[in-house]
Ligand binder design. Sequence first.
Ligand SMILES: Cc1cc2nc3c(=O)[nH]c(=O)nc-3n(C[C@H](O)[C@H](O)[C@H](O)COP(=O)(O)O)c2cc1C
Length: 182
Amino acid sequence: MKSITRRNFVRSSMVAGATVAAGIAGSTASSRNPGQERKAKQIKIIGVCCSPRKGRTTAASLRVCLEAAKEVSPAIEVELIELAGMKIDGSLAAGLPLEPGERDDFPKLVPKLSDPAVAGIIVATPVYFSSMTSLCKAFLDRCITFWQNNLALSGKVAGVLAGCGTAILAVYTGWKPVPHGG
Ligand SMILES: Cc1cc2nc3c(=O)[nH]c(=O)nc-3n(C[C@H](O)[C@H](O)[C@H](O)COP(=O)(O)O)c2cc1C
């Protein structure tokens, strides 16, 4: 029996997700434009990495997912967005203003995510105390803007990737999480 590693698991999950995203994007395009060939439609899958640590375990897992998505079809392009180092203040979602001189990086993500070419969005977070990171929660809270401003996220396929530090997984899969403080 083929052994299941974490890498195999995220790859095959992504292949399934990308196939669904490509299918939905293709059928939307052909219903809008019946004469258009499905294969001509270029679609994009974006991975949003919500680890505060750039390029570490969660980003590496997400990269595996996105590489797998690309293999589904040449019509699929991918982009990895790392929120590490970005300032995303969740309280702005509740209408609170920025303090003078405070930076907010969320607005630059809005056109990327609401781009009609984007058929799928994967939100990846490390597990922090059995939940998402505060960066991930702030990002998701700020996504209220898509609803408030009538910017289309509907019809896009969403995926979630959660990476944890459970030693047992690392032992059985050979996956090496990057230690904190390292
Ligand atoms: C504040 C904090 C809380 C964590 N809580 C959990 C947890 O509840 N369960 C778990 O398995 N790992 C937990 N971890 C470990 C991280 O999920 C794990 O190291 C993850 O791979 C880190 O992702 P990164 O390498 O992208 O930063 C925690 C780590 C931190 C810093």
